[in-house]
Ligand binder design. Structure first.
Ligand SMILES: C[S@@+](CC[C@H](N)C(=O)[O-])C[C@H]1O[C@@H](n2cnc3c(N)ncnc32)[C@H](O)[C@@H]1O
Length: 367
């Protein structure tokens, strides 16, 4: 009997997710990356399932079956060594409504408003969807109250520039009594802009956020589909969209180092599948090299039409840690976007800036 050993990234949650009998084809849902295994299995085209999972030692044994179906030939047994990673400890509820969400969601809404100028239906594809709606009075959001220095600073303002007025109006729609309590995640922002024939395709890996997302959209199953799957596999599965018109948001938490590389690869691969889409990639402003190099790497795979915008709310810290802002790299942006941003960003810096290091950058090439 052949035996192969593969290394794989796994989530702490895998332990809960891998019962005996789980089909290998479903493992990608449970584990972020099972490198090598999928192609091995595809090559041998044998159905295979988990035969044993040793949570203590982090070992998973995968067996192909049934023997008889292969004429009694020996079938390979695959072993995967699982390394737990802190990846899915991330919950967006801790950060909902912060300065990064303000920038991302205001621009997302502006892009969909631009899409809606034409009658043609679109798809909104969100590779890292989160929970959909967040309770700002809940324990997670209250912990660091990040929303207070984000949406909280815009909520009562009466002098918002038009782009931000549209965004804050959408948040107000969720809080009709005037008290800021609920905050819309990116799927909810898109859903508010969706017309009858527009569609949402959302991917989320964290089981708790999957449940919240499903609850949020349980009455909209005709329009909204939720993939409980890895973002990067999810993107491959929906591109190109049938409408040939789509906005794709790639919004990882970058909690694992591999997200930097996978994001660039995902953008590159998605553009080969669907070159005409509008892609929005969110990234944090951090001092570590992976984060600093990311915008340049994204640009390198972007083709001729792109825009990069970033907002710093404070100077980078002296100890080198912490997020001092965020940015979006947009492929195939509307030609109207630079002007809209030029009219918005100086105001936003004033409103969200926390010290003299606050500022913005805006670069683009739109032929
Ligand atoms: C920054 S949050 C998303 C926020 C959301 N897009 C919004 O703007 O409201 C990132 C989300 O991605 C999820 N996630 C992390 N890695 C993932 C992966 N490989 N595939 C799918 N979802 C993932 C996390 O559980 C988290 O909910």
């Amino acid at each position: 009997m052949n035996t192969s050993v593969f290394r794989a990234m796994a989530l702490p949650m895998c332990k809960a997710f891998i019962p005996r009998g789980t089909l290998v084809s479903r493992l990608e849902t449970a584990c972020a990356q099972i490198t090598g295994v999928r192609s091995q299995m595809a090559a041998s085209s044998m159905p295979a399932s988990v035969t044993r999972f040793d949570a203590k030692r982090g070992k998973l044994r995968v067996g192909a079956w049934p023997l008889l179906a292969h004429g009694g030939q020996a079938v390979p047994t695959y072993r995967l060594r699982l390394q737990t990673s802190p990846m899915l400890s991330y919950r967006h509820a801790f950060h909902a409504g912060n300065h990064a969400d303000v920038l991302k969601h205001a621009i997302l809404i502006a892009l969909l408003d631009y899409f809606n100028q034409k009658d043609k239906p679109w798809w909104y594809i969100d590779s890292h969807a989160g929970a959909g709606i967040y309770d700002l009075l809940g324990d997670y959001a209250k912990k660091n109250a990040e929303f207070e220095s984000g949406i909280g600073r815009l909520w009562q303002r009466t002098d918002l520039p038009p782009m931000l007025e549209n965004y804050v109006d959408l948040v107000r729609g969720l809080n009709p009594d005037g008290q800021l309590r609920l905050y819309p995640g990116s799927p909810w922002c898109a859903f508010q802009r969706a017309r009858a024939d527009d569609r949402l395709r959302l991917f989320e890996l964290h089981s708790s956020d999957q449940r919240l997302l499903a609850d949020t959209f349980h009455e909209a199953t005709r329009q909204v589909r939720i993939g409980e799957t890895d973002a990067y596999a999810g993107l491959k599965s929906v591109l190109p969209p049938t409408t040939r018109r789509a906005l794709v948001l790639i919004d990882p938490s970058y909690e694992v180092k591999s997200d930097y590389l996978r994001t660039v690869e995902a953008l590159k691969d998605s553009l080969t599948r669907f070159a005409g889409g509008t892609y929005v990639v969110w990234y944090p402003l951090l001092q570590k090299p992976d984060a600093r190099q990311l915008p340049q790497r994204l640009r390198a795979v972007s083709g001729p039409s792109w825009l990069n915008v970033s907002l710093s709310v404070q100077a980078p810290s002296k100890d080198g840690f912490g997020m001092h802002g965020s940015g979006l790299h947009i492929v195939n942006p509307p030609w109207t976007l630079p002007k809209l941003l030029q009219a918005t960003l100086p105001w936003l810096v004033q409103a969200l800036g926390q010290d003299a290091g606050a500022g913005y950058t805006l670069e683009h090439e739109i032929p």
